[in-house]
Write a protein that binds this ligand. Structure first.
Ligand SMILES: Nc1ncnc2c1ncn2[C@@H]1O[C@H](COP(=O)(O)OP(=O)(O)OP(=O)(O)O)[C@@H](O)[C@H]1O
Length: 300
């Protein structure tokens, strides 16, 4: 069962015990996590930790269990074994904005919040994502990018210590996507919350994250620090080298050389199904413990 370790003091004895076991300075701590569907373990003895304020990207082939892990961390799936320590304040945004069409945008932002929060609370969150003037709009009148920003506002209004993003930019066109990535980078810098971003896009991971993880066979099979100064550019040779290494690890042929001098132009992404064979094999951990550093001011 997912257990909160931050925020107001927990009440149950079990929560106290688990909270006591959490390492200091840890936002997320997962140990021996197993999630099975019909006897098939999609997550199998997974271990993961995030530091407060750390931005981590989670990559992996389609069907390898990324969204399942995110749902567990969000507390949406509790049919698990193992230990999951997460902040009490956490929020999730999905690829589909999931706005209720019969509620105005500002009411969507406040959906599910305890108490009776005022409209102003929603408007402030909408202003943060550049949508203050659309507070009274109906969701169907928003563009795809605007709807995604409204979804982000709904997550931010919860003032999360952990923000879980499940391919939030996946359905956006290229330009809107770049803007949305920059927005997330800025909001992360301002808010200082830990972020776990599920993405298929290696470049997106490298532009935004302190650390990139690759999930495979139900575990974190590979990780690398992204210790590049911000703002980052895809033309940086070190960026190209990291991209090549990650693509190789994901079983995708990269055109970039290891030194990054002949990098791909854009859109290095992962597809193909987990379990369809593939180049990725074995378990390797590289650069464990990368510190969150620099200022995430730009993402392209
Ligand atoms: N509720 C469920 N019932 C049965 N199987 C499920 C359920 N949810 C997920 N699965 C299975 O678990 C596996 C992992 O799914 P998940 O959505 O976590 O993968 P993913 O890595 O996020 O994939 P993608 O990148 O394509 O979104 C898949 O084989 C999926 O069919």
């Amino acid at each position: 069962m997912a257990t909160d370790v931050h925020g107001p003091v927990t009440t149950s004895e079990r929560e106290k015990q688990v909270a006591g076991a959490a390492a200091p300075g840890t936002a997320v701590q997962v140990g021996g996590l197993v999630r099975a569907f019909g006897g098939r373990a999609v997550i199998d003895d997974l271990h993961l930790s995030l530091r407060p304020g750390e931005f981590v990207a989670l990559l992996g082939r389609s069907g390898c269990g990324k969204s399942t892990l995110l749902r567990v961390l969000a507390g949406l799936d509790q049919e698990i074994d193992g230990e999951v320590l997460v902040p009490r304040r956490r929020a999730v945004a999905f690829q589909a904005p999931r706005l209720m069409p019969w509620k105005r945008v500002w009411r969507n932002v406040l959906l599910g919040l305890p108490g009776r929060p005022e409209r102003d609370v929603a408007v402030r969150a909408l202003e943060e994502v550049g949508l203050g003037r659309r507070a009274d709009a109906w969701p169907k009148t928003l563009s795809g990018g605007e709807a995604q920003r409204a979804s982000l506002a709904r997550a931010l209004v919860r003032e999360p210590d952990l923000l879980l993003l499940d391919e939030p930019f996946g359905a956006l066109d290229a330009l809107t996507r770049i803007k949305a990535q920059r927005l997330v980078a800025e909001l992360w810098q301002e808010r200082g919350c830990a972020v776990l971003l599920v993405t298929h896009d290696v470049e997106e991971a490298l532009l935004l994250a302190d650390r990139a993880l690759v999930m495979e066979s139900g575990r974190i099979a590979y990780e690398t620090a992204v210790d590049l100064p911000r703002p980052r550019t895809v033309s940086d040779p070190r960026f190209g080298a990291l991209r090549a290494r990650l693509l190789d690890r994901l079983g995708v042929d990269g055109e970039a050389n290891e030194d990054g001098t002949d990098g791909r132009s854009a859109g290095a992404s992962v597809d193909g199904d987990e379990g369809s064979g593939g180049v990725v094999g074995g378990t390797e951990v590289v650069g464990v413990g990368a510190a969150a550093s620099g200022s995430p001011t730009a993402a392209a």
